[in-house]
Write a protein that binds this ligand. Structure first.
Ligand code: BTN
Length: 248
């Protein structure tokens, strides 16, 4: 059972950095600490990319301790390891649960994108560090577009929330995501749940330039892909979809 301690900020450099700073003191922040900011001046995404963070979006980092994972796994260390490795997908499923509760059809693009109509609704960034007492912690960063973004490739939550369901506040969305995240951590079905929503499943793609066919994901969140050398477990890198023939 995890308890959420939500710290709200008007602005910060990155909620990831903020949550890690809270782990650096002699009284490191407990698991379940959540930092949410109205905007970020140095928001970051995977692979060193920037994450533009103007006011109006959801920018939150959730602190998960390895001991929390062990508790969710009922003391089973192998399962706790799988949960830790699959955190980006589990957080993606939590965002998907919330978007789907508004009637949206969501895809998850391995390893960390939540897609709505093939455009990016949210991105997840998981980073690991050791706290001031030597314990391992992960900051699960969630960036979600709530309102229209200038990026053409972005989708936003407001486009799927009907007038009847409004107003839905950022805090309400965050709460729902956190509850869904805890529920997902307690379940043992990450792989099939991701596979139901896996973007490009059964289709040809490229992994860091090499051709593959996307087949599924493992319990530890690795991408299972068919290659010329047989089935491969992919744990890092970029996947680019092959465009269907005839596409412009
Ligand atoms: C990605 O798609 O590359 C991941 C984007 C993650 C962005 C979130 S916003 C909250 C948290 N703070 C950051 O600086 N990044 C993550």
């Amino acid at each position: 059972m995890i308890h959420w301690w939500i710290r709200r900020l008007k602005a910060t450099d990155s909620t990831q950095d903020q949550v890690f700073r809270m782990c650096g003191s002699i009284a490191p922040a407990p698991g379940g600490t959540v930092v949410v900011a109205d905007k970020q001046t140095r928001g970051r995404g995977r692979e060193g990319r920037k994450w533009l963070s103007p006011a109006g979006g959801l920018y939150a980092s959730v602190l998960v301790r390895d001991e929390d994972l062990l508790e969710f796994a009922s003391g089973d260390q192998n399962r706790a390891n799988d949960l830790g490795a699959a955190l980006p997908l589990i957080a993606g499923l939590a965002v998907a649960d919330v978007a789907e509760s508004f009637g949206a059809s969501i895809e998850i693009k391995w390893p960390n994108d939540v897609l709505l109509s093939r455009r990016k609704l949210a991105g997840i960034l998981c980073e690991r560090k050791t706290d001031a007492k030597g314990a391992n912690v992960t900051a699960v960063g969630i960036g979600m577009n709530l309102v229209e973004s200038p990026l053409e490739t972005a989708a936003h939550l407001e486009e799927i929330v009907s007038p009847l369901q409004k107003p839905v506040s950022r805090d309400d969305i965050l709460r729902r995501i956190l509850d869904a995240f805890a529920a997902r951590l307690a379940r043992a079905d990450t792989a099939p749940e991701v596979e139901k929503r896996l973007h490009g499943r059964g289709r040809r793609a490229y992994h860091d330039g090499a051709p593959v066919i996307i087949r599924g994901v493992s319990p530890s969140g690795a991408l299972l892909a068919e290659t010329d050398q047989g089935m491969k477990k992919i744990i890092s890198g970029e996947i680019t979809m092959e465009e269907p023939k005839g596409a412009a």
